[in-house]
Design a protein around this ligand. Structure first.
Ligand SMILES: NC(=O)c1ccc[n+]([C@@H]2O[C@H](COP(=O)([O-])OP(=O)(O)OC[C@H]3O[C@@H](n4cnc5c(N)ncnc54)[C@H](O)[C@@H]3O)[C@@H](O)[C@H]2O)c1
Ligand SMILES: [Zn+2]
Ligand SMILES: [Zn+2]
Length: 368
């Protein structure tokens, strides 16, 4: 079929929205009519050429939500009409990692996905007979996409698909980091560095876990106001003295749990140092630049702080994303406040400009 899609033709150049060909789903795959797609930093990171694993030409986009149109042979977990969220982190349910409750790092299709192909090593995307590669196994800056069924989470049909889209990456990443990676305990103290979509998700996740005190840190007052709306009890402007300020607010020790959601390695260090002596857990979520290192003074670890990282919030996509969506539908997460701008697919480059200006939390592309 012919579809409209945003193609990364050349690094550092605007994406080109054009008509491309999308083949029918093969065994184990599904065709999804994409309704909405958030524009995330990773799309821009790859488009800019900064990502060393990036490639052209491909259809970008990974924060998608839509409706299943058709399924390929052998797909029993989805039927046409199902509402789904696309998963750049799939869940096959059978691999070594999927069988462990400790991680969401499914290894079933990783290799081909990283190269830009579906699990059988081919692409469903093409133009003029030449293959065009997929991106993150999703390619959702498009009217339709073909994905492996293990990369689709079936959600409640009650969930509006515009809001559902941000559960495909940023929001679930933040929520999950607090709920599944760090497993914040009731009554604990939490500090979140960076209050974009990911950090706000971590604030909301800590609140849902019953944290007593949630300290949010950002460079922008507007973002701190949003953090308060999502559950932060204290806020502070970023700076060199925030580690001491967090200790001062937590009886001199630091927070039980800290989260880094900026991608700045200097802030990551602050997150480690603001974690409490004896048992503080610092969770790195932000993606650092190529070659950058996190500096940690070993004494901070000897005295009991722990450092971990979180990919897609540790969320097992097919089983846990639908549960997060249900908590939104139950009124426990204010998703509407995170959807800042709505643009058609043609506005994808404008969405990148808005992101660079930090104008709004998330821009949503609406495909029709
Ligand atoms: N681990 C994952 O699976 C995963 C998934 C999605 C995004 N990410 C990463 O998470 C990070 C955050 O994503 P986002 O969409 O929320 O980004 P964003 O740009 O919307 O938000 C980042 C926030 O950090 C703030 N900030 C910048 N410098 C700061 C400082 N020195 N101290 C405190 N705050 C500071 C900014 O003001 C901004 O509000 C990015 O690095 C992104 O690439 C990781
Ligand atoms: Zn993303
Ligand atoms: Zn798996």
């Amino acid at each position: 079929m012919k579809i409209r899609a945003a193609v990364l033709e050349e690094f550092g150049k605007p994406l080109v929205v054009q008509t491309v060909d999308l083949a029918e789903p093969r065994a184990g795959e599904a065709l999804v009519r994409i309704e909405a797609c958030g524009v995330c930093h990773t799309d821009l990171y790859t488009a800019s050429g900064a990502d060393p694993t990036g490639y052209t030409a491909c259809v970008l986009g990974h924060e998608g939500a839509g409706v299943v149109e058709r399924v390929g042979d052998g797909v029993t977990s989805l039927v046409p009409g199902d509402h789904v969220i696309t998963l750049f982190a799939p869940e096959c349910g059978e691999c070594l990692h999927c069988r462990s409750p400790r991680t969401n790092r499914c290894i079933a299709i990783r290799e081909q996905q990283g190269l830009g192909y579906l699990p059988d090593g081919t692409s469903r995307l093409s133009r003029a007979g030449e293959p065009l590669r997929h991106f993150m196994g999703t390619s959702t800056f498009a009217e339709y996409a073909v994905l492996p069924a293990i990369a689709l989470a079936k959600i409640s049909p009650e969930a509006p698909l515009d809001g559902a889209s941000i559960f495909a990456c940023g929001l679930s990443t933040g929520l999950g980091a607090a709920m599944f990676t760090a497993k914040v305990e009731e009554g604990s103290t939490v500090a979140v560095f960076g209050c974009g979509l990911v950090g706000l998700g971590a604030v909301a996740g800590a609140r849902l876990q019953g944290a007593e005190r949630i300290i949010a840190v950002d460079l922008a007052e507007g973002r701190l106001a949003m953090a308060r709306a999502h559950g932060a009890t204290d806020t502070m402007l970023a700076g060199e003295d925030v580690v001491q300020a967090i200790r001062d607010l937590t009886g001199g020790y630091g927070a039980d749990y800290t989260f880094e959601a900026t991608g700045n390695v200097g802030v990551m260090r602050q997150a480690v140092e603001a974690a409490r002596e004896a048992w503080g857990l610092a969770t790195m979520i932000g993606v650092a630049g190529k070659g950058e290192l996190l500096e940690v003074i070993p004494r901070f670890l000897i005295t009991g702080r722990r450092v971990t990282g979180s990919s897609f919030g540790g969320v097992k996509g097919r089983t846990q994303v639908p549960l997060l969506v249900d908590r939104w539908l139950a009124g426990e997460i204010d998703v509407a406040s995170m959807l800042s701008h709505r643009l058609p697919l043609e506005g994808v480059n404008e969405a990148f400009v808005l992101m660079e200006r930090q104008d709004g939390i998330r821009t949503i592309l609406e495909m029709r």
